[in-house]
Unconditional design. Structure first.
Length: 191
């Protein structure tokens, strides 16, 4: 039995080593599977987080689309209002009430002011003609400049004149001299 026992012990040792190797490989495989499962769980959690983000983007996109449609509606309203205003301006212009759509006939404001100065230098100018010259000068300056502070000052000269008021020749002459000196000052703004 000695030899059989020795063979038997060798086989048991061999079988034990096989079991030990199998157990170690099983434990190692289980560790690798656990590691792989942890990685997959992390990836699933990230995918879940991304899905939540995508779902929230859907809400944001819906809000952006709503905002975009509101802006487009407002732009359409503004365009419509602009078209209405444009047609009203053309209507006024055709009636002679407003002449903003005129082509600019002067290249700079100094030319307009020179012409005004020349026209009002006539000593025998009537009050109506003087008022018309100031109005025309204001219109031409507005068309050319799009607005300037001297328009207000020119308007204050216009308000001083009333077609029915009785300006003496002396008052009219002083008024014209004041306007002439103001025109000289205004020209300096455009040099």
């Amino acid at each position: 039995m000695g030899e059989n026992q020795k063979i038997f012990e060798e086989k048991i040792d061999s079988f034990g080593q096989i079991l030990q190797k199998f157990g170690l490989e099983l434990i190692q495989s289980i560790g690798e599977m656990k590691h792989t499962l942890n990685i997959l769980t992390e990836k699933i959690d990230r995918v879940e987080s991304e899905i939540i983000d995508i779902k929230s983007l859907k809400t944001q996109l819906q809000e952006e689309n709503k905002f975009k449609s509101e802006i487009l509606e407002e732009m359409a309203q503004i365009k419509s209002t602009g078209n209405i205003l444009n047609s009203k301006l053309e209507e006024f212009s055709s009636k002679g009430v407003l002449s903003l759509s005129k082509k600019k006939s002067f290249e700079n404001p100094i030319q307009i002011l020179d012409l005004c100065q020349k026209k009002i230098s006539n000593k025998s100018i009537s009050m109506h003609r003087l008022i018309d010259i100031i109005k025309k000068t204001k219109e031409e300056l507005y068309v050319l400049t799009g607005g300037h502070k001297i328009l207000f000052e020119l308007g204050s000269f216009e308000r001083k004149l009333k077609p029915d008021s009785d300006f003496s020749d002396k008052d009219k002459e002083e008024f014209i001299q004041d306007l002439q000196s103001k025109i000289i000052e205004w020209k300096k703004n455009f040099i």
